[in-house]
Write a protein that binds this ligand. Structure first.
Ligand SMILES: *Cc1c(COP(=O)(O)O)cnc(C)c1O
Length: 376
C-alpha cells in the first residue's frame, strides 16, 4: 500500500523552518513580553510592506479582522453589507456581529467568486459595503466590484483569508497588485492552515488609510490610545508576540510556498485538461495562490469515498452554503443563490500544500481520473 496523502500538511511547513521558528519563539520567551511588543510591530511592518499596503494591524483572528474593519467604518445596525454565501461562515458571522445585515449574492459559475452582475439587484438605500472573498486563493473580479462600489459610494472590504500573496492586474503590461491593497480595507487570517499560518489563531486588518488604521488600533484594545483611558468603546482582539514571531519567519517563505502550490496546481490542471473533471476558470489577469485546489464533479461523494480508499485525503469547502445552515436560514429568503446551491454538492478539495512533490500530485490526479472513469 502506497503512503497516504494528506489533504493538507502543516508539519512539513514547520519542519522546513523549525530552527528559525524555534529561535524566534525562544526570543519572545526570553524577553517575556507577550502582548503588543516588538515582534507584532515588526511583523505588521513586514506584512504591510510585503503587500504594498501602508498599514497592517495585528488582531486575534480573521473573523475579528473583518469585524473590526467593518466597525472602523462605523458599519452597524440598520446597514446592509453585500457578500457571498459560498464562503467560510466567518465572513457572514463577522458582518452579523456588527449588527449589520449580510445580503447574499450568488457566485460566478466560472470562478466561484462574487458575481459582479448580481450586485445591482441587491443594492438598497441601506447598502454600506461589499465584502468580496478571494476564495481558494483566486482574486475576485475586483475591477467590476470596485467600479460598482465607487458608483454607489460603498466601502469595499476584501476577505483575504485564503489569498495571502495573490494579486491582480488591469492588463498584461501593468504591474501586479496584491489583494488586500485593492479595496478600502482588507482582512487576513493566520489560522494555521492558511497560506500564511500561525501556530494558533491570528489575523490582521490592512489598509492604506492612516485614519482607519488608527481606528482599528483603538478598537483592538479597549479603545485605548493611552493605557486605561478608553476613547471609544473598543474590544480586545490582539495578535500575540509568539504568533507574530512565527509569522515573521514564515512570511519569508510565503512567495516560495505559493509558487510550490501553483506548481502542484499546474500538474493537476494538465492532467485534468480535456477530462470531465471541472476546474475553476483560470483568469490570466490574476495571480492565484491556490489555498485550495477545488474540482467539480457529478458524483462527488462517491469520488471522495474512492479517493479515501486509495489513501488520498480530500475536503469540502464548503459542504453547506451559509444561508442553508440553521443559524442563517433567514438570510436566504428571497435570495437567488442557485449556482451556490448547485456547487456545494459537486465540489471537492484535493490535496494542496506547499510541500507536495510532483510525483505525488501526479498520483493524486491519476487516482481521480481512474475513480471518475469507474464511477462516471
Ligand atoms: C479562515 C477564513 C476566515 C476566518 O478566519 P479565522 O482566522 O479562522 O477567524 C474568514 N474568511 C474566509 C474566507 C476564511 O477562509
Amino acid at each position: 500500500m502506497l503512503p497516504a496523502i494528506p489533504q493538507t500538511d502543516l508539519r512539513a511547513e514547520y519542519l522546513e523552518l523549525n530552527g528559525e521558528i524555534d529561535g524566534a519563539m525562544r526570543r519572545v520567551l526570553d524577553r517575556s513580553r507577550f502582548i503588543l511588543g516588538e515582534d507584532v510591530k515588526q511583523f505588521e511592518n513586514a506584512f504591510a510592506s510585503y503587500l504594498g499596503a501602508g498599514h497592517a494591524i495585528g488582531v486575534a483572528s480573521g473573523t475579528d479582522a473583518l469585524f473590526l474593519a467593518l466597525r472602523a467604518f462605523d458599519i452597524g445596525p440598520g446597514d446592509e453589507v453585500i457578500t457571498v454565501s459560498h464562503t467560510a461562515v466567518a465572513t457572514i458571522a463577522a458582518i452579523m456581529q456588527t449588527g449589520a445585515k449580510p445580503v447574499l449574492v450568488d457566485v460566478d459559475p466560472g470562478t466561484f467568486t462574487l458575481a459582479p452582475d448580481r450586485l445591482p439587484a441587491v443594492l438598497s438605500s441601506r447598502t454600506k459595503a461589499i465584502v468580496p472573498v478571494h476564495l481558494y486563493g483566486q482574486p475576485a473580479d475586483m475591477v467590476s466590484i470596485l467600479a460598482f462600489a465607487r458608483q454607489h459610494n460603498l466601502r469595499v472590504i476584501e476577505d483575504c483569508a485564503q489569498a495571502h500573496g495573490a494579486a491582480c492586474r488591469a492588463d498584461p503590461v501593468s504591474p501586479w497588485q496584491k489583494v488586500g491593497t485593492l479595496g478600502d480595507a482588507a482582512a487576513f487570517s493566520f489560522y494555521p492552515t492558511k497560506n500564511l499560518g500561525a501556530f494558533g489563531d491570528g489575523g490582521c486588518v490592512v489598509t492604506k488609510d492612516a485614519a482607519l488604521a488608527e481606528q482599528v488600533r483603538l478598537l483592538r484594545q479597549y479603545g485605548w490610545r493611552n493605557r486605561y483611558i478608553s476613547e471609544v468603546p473598543g474590544w480586545n482582539s490582539r495578535l500575540d508576540e509568539i504568533q507574530a514571531a512565527v509569522l515573521g519567519v514564515k512570511l519569508n517563505a510565503l512567495d516560495r510556498w505559493n509558487e510550490a502550490r501553483r506548481k502542484t496546481a499546474e500538474v493537476y490542471d494538465q492532467n485534468f485538461a480535456g477530462s470531465v473533471v471541472g476546474v475553476t476558470t483560470r483568469r490570466r489577469d490574476v495571480m492565484h495562490v491556490f489555498h485550495q485546489y477545488v474540482i467539480r464533479v457529478k458524483n462527488r461523494d462517491r469520488l471522495r469515498e474512492a479517493l479515501a480508499q486509495a489513501g488520498v485525503g480530500t475536503a469540502i469547502h464548503y459542504p453547506v452554503p451559509v444561508h442553508q445552515q440553521p443559524a442563517y436560514r433567514s438570510l436566504g429568503t428571497g435570495a437567488d443563490l442557485q449556482i451556490t446551491e448547485a456547487l456545494c454538492t459537486e465540489i471537492l478539495s484535493l490535496p494542496m500544500s506547499a510541500h507536495i512533490e510532483t510525483k505525488t500530485a501526479r498520483r493524486v490526479a491519476a487516482e481521480v481520473l481512474r475513480a471518475v472513469a469507474e464511477i462516471g
